[in-house]
Ligand binder design. Structure first.
Ligand code: MG
Length: 291
């Protein structure tokens, strides 16, 4: 099942779709966070209102516009990205670590597909994209072993872990450079875990203005999803609704020579097989008309 948050007739709803075309509004759940806390077995109640997802009257929002907690992120979790990041700034991105790097990302508001990524050009000179598989936790996870981790996953989405590289390196810790408003587009939907056979190995790609920049497979994660959940939950309870961004493959702008950071008007498409496409356009935060 594909779960959406969408706006229909000026009201935001949670909706479920089996085909990604027609979605049924789930009125029992005011928000996706409520659905994740209470759980959902994929059943569509009789007489549920249906909407066509490509209708001009339907706006697809981020599946979780207001995450209940910061997004938990993995840094340097694809080997090829480790190499390009170390070339950009060896001190900030050293890959000489035996254990995964975790950091968090504040998300006041996650925008959905079709929305703008603001550049924050007054403080950020190097906006960059990072396509990532987002894991959404559906059951309280405490001291979960890797072999049991799948039972705690509600589903998967696409996260663009937009990053201000100058702030990420300037402040040593990555929190500030990752947490600017509008830097966490997500969507277009959450695909429930039962749609996949075990832990999925999915092609992941990013296009900027149609040019393929990132291309890998989530099977190439250095620390896999079950191990991530085991490590995190060994001392930190993961609540339903927790979002884990599992890291990005190579091909980000800072890894290019010279770096080709995002600029005003760029269209960024993050795509993951079986989930869909997350499409966003980069815009200056301060337009001339605002001066
Ligand atoms: Mg990232």
């Amino acid at each position: 099942m594909k779960y959406y948050t969408l706006r229909h007739k000026d009201v935001a709803h949670v909706a479920a779709s089996s085909d990604g075309k027609r979605a049924y509004i789930l009125r029992a759940f005011k928000t996706m966070n409520v659905l994740l806390l209470r759980g959902h077995d994929g059943t569509i109640p009789p007489l549920s209102e249906a909407v066509e997802l490509d209708s001009p009257n339907v706006e697809i929002l981020s599946p979780i516009p207001h995450p209940r907690q910061d997004v938990i992120c993995l840094g340097i979790n694809y080997a090829d990205h480790a190499e390009e990041a170390a070339c950009f700034d060896k001190e900030a991105f050293s890959k000489d670590r035996p254990d995964p790097i975790f950091f968090s990302k504040r998300v006041n508001y996650s925008q959905g597909t079709g929305d703008i990524i603001p550049m924050h050009e007054d403080i950020c000179d190097s906006p960059d994209y990072e396509a990532e598989l987002g894991v959404v936790i559906g059951r309280e996870a405490c001291r979960v072993k890797a072999e049991d981790a799948l039972q705690y996953i509600f589903g998967y989405t696409i996260v663009n872990d937009v990053s201000a590289r100058n702030l990420q390196t300037k402040h040593k810790q990555w929190y500030c450079g990752k947490s600017l408003d509008g830097f966490t587009p997500m969507g277009p939907c959450i695909v429930s875990a039962d749609e996949f056979d075990g832990i999925p190995k999915l092609d992941i790609r990013t296009y900027v203005n149609g040019e393929l920049r990132q291309s890998s497979n989530t099977g190439n994660l250095i620390t896999g999803i079950p191990e991530i959940i085991e490590i995190l939950s060994s001392g930190m309870t993961l609540s339903p609704g927790t979002i884990i961004a599992t890291g990005t493959p190579s091909g980000v702008a800072m890894g290019m020579d010279p770096p080709r950071f995002l600029k005003d008007g760029d269209e960024v498409i993050c795509e993951i097989e079986g989930i869909g496409r997350l499409v966003n356009t980069v815009r200056k935060s301060f337009r001339e008309a605002d001066d």
